[in-house]
Design a protein around this ligand. Sequence first.
Ligand SMILES: C[N+](C)(C)CCCC[C@H](N)C(=O)O
Length: 246
Amino acid sequence: MVKTYRHESILGFFKGMSFPIASIAVVNSVLFGVYSNALLALTATSHHERRLQPPSYTHVFIAGCTGGFLQAYCLAPFDLIKVRLQNQTEPRARQGGPPPRYRGPVHCAASIFQEEGPRGLFRGAWALTLRDTPTLGIYFVSYEWLCRQATPGGQNPSSTTVLVAGGFAGITSWVTATPLDVIKSRMQMAGLEQREYQGLLDCMVSSARQEGLGVFFRGLTINSARAFPVNAVTFLSYEYLLHLWG
Ligand SMILES: C[N+](C)(C)CCCC[C@H](N)C(=O)O
């Protein structure tokens, strides 16, 4: 952190942000848009009416799963590019060394398209869908449950409640998503490493055989630590914008 700050000032910490920001904007608007509209279709109540007539947890779960399922398809190519770039351990060309395989997100997308075909951009999408459909149902159920615990009936949750409930909903969702997250990332890397898995099950079995069951919890701590602030802010923005425009 000190080195980055000295060399590049505060801006150094925000390098390469345009790609994740653009993808998060698209993916979250699909997720929250589908969730809200699915809930509207299921319960026939608007966001405001829902304080007095709270939807059942089953409806919240179904709406969350629907949102999760549809956002997974928008997320798949972006997520693949992220995983490929993050796994590139030599991000910058060194003098005399070989040039990096991918020069940036656009070059990465173009190379995958050329080398692996248009379907290559959706590598691992099936595992991503399986990861996100139930766990985003859990995400919205946890958020609703925590808000209701801390808010007297008929009232809007306070900003603090929204932040804390959003943060914990993010953690709950990531804890349940981590096993399939590991498998998804391995399948996304497979096209590059010339090692093919027969499918999701094959990837699960061979990973567990080689590395033990602990493999399914790789990255759990870092995912959860990241999930709290990210999802606290996500839900606060969601509630605030609905309040503003609704
Ligand atoms: C379902 N899964 C756990 C994968 C994601 C849930 C939270 C989504 C949020 N955009 C984030 O990045 O944390």
